[in-house]
Design a protein around this ligand. Structure first.
Ligand code: MBD
Ligand code: FE
Length: 276
């Protein structure tokens, strides 16, 4: 989340920019960067801006390191990168709830549930769980699916109940591939790297008096779990879904076919309340 500060602290700006500039000059010298390469870099960055991929590029190549540097000392649930697809202004729902979805939402139904607690073990009634994910075809609403077609699809801001419990009915996400049509995907391809992220659920969990938790839950067994292009997987965030095929269970939930459940508790460090 961005800070409310309107300008960079001057000594810090000098420290960061001067070292970045010196590092890049060293890089140019040590690799004997040619004019052709220099112009290719300029064209690449121009295209990144033009196609709106600046957040994607930074998140793919750099954000997991920013997460490690800032969050390695925290207690509670491990953090994970925010990524480029969070949206403010999501519909506010109360647990238990069904996320916004299309009439013919593809894939299997998933009930994602758990309890939000503080590091001292106390449940956190009314905790807010901002939730977003890709659909069963690997598409994020408003980014890969036009907003008009499916506003806030598979996104919601869910308020936990009086016991800190949340239950969100959603649809099992698929693995996510960085779009091939843009410069970030083209760079990965040129590097000979795959462009996949393992299937994941995003959550930003908040409660007054606790530190915000920005994290992701990864689906166990995904083929990309050990080679996330973003490098954001942490073992403690990998969770297994349970499949439910029993006819009575299916009809009790008002569904037509097998569904999945996933239980995951979020633990937030006690801390200072953030200034607005
Ligand atoms: C994603 O879906 C994502 O979560 C991150 C961190 C980067 C690119 C795509
Ligand atoms: Fe994501």
């Amino acid at each position: 989340m961005s800070s409310a500060k309107s300008h960079f602290d001057q000594p810090r700006l000098n420290e960061l920019f001067d070292d970045l500039n010196a590092t890049l000059k060293d890089f140019i010298r040590s690799h004997q960067v040619t004019y052709k390469e220099f112009h290719q870099a300029l064209a690449f960055l121009g295209e990144v801006g033009e196609k709106g991929e600046t957040p994607l590029l930074f998140d793919v190549f750099l954000e997991s390191t920013v997460d490690l540097v800032n969050n390695s000392e925290r207690g509670g649930t491990a953090t994970a990168v925010e990524g480029p697809f969070y949206l403010p202004g999501m519909p506010e729902l109360k647990s238990p709830c069904v996320v916004p979805h299309r009439a013919n939402e593809p894939g299997d139904v998933l009930f994602f549930s758990g309890t939000v607690r503080a590091t001292d073990g106390k449940a956190l009634p009314g905790a807010m769980v901002d939730f977003w994910q890709a659909d069963a075809e690997g598409a994020y609403s408003h980014f890969n699916i036009p907003q008009e077609k499916a506003p806030f699809n598979l996104r919601a801001r869910v308020k936990a109940d009086d016991h800190g419990r949340f239950e969100i009915q959603t649809w099992v996400p698929s693995s996510y591939e960085i779009p091939k049509g843009g410069p970030t995907g083209a760079l990965l391809k040129a590097l000979g790297r795959h462009a996949w992220r393992p299937a994941h659920l995003h959550a930003l969990v908040q409660h007054p008096g606790c530190e915000d938790l920005m994290t992701q839950i990864f689906l166990q067994g995904d083929q990309w779990i050990d080679s996330d292009v973003v490098g954001a997987v942490k073992e403690s965030l990998v969770a297994g879904m349970q499949k439910h095929e029993d006819a009575a269970e299916i009809s009790k939930r008002g569904l037509k076919g097998p569904f999945y459940t996933l239980e995951f508790d979020f633990v937030l460090p006690r801390g200072m309340q953030k200034a607005a």
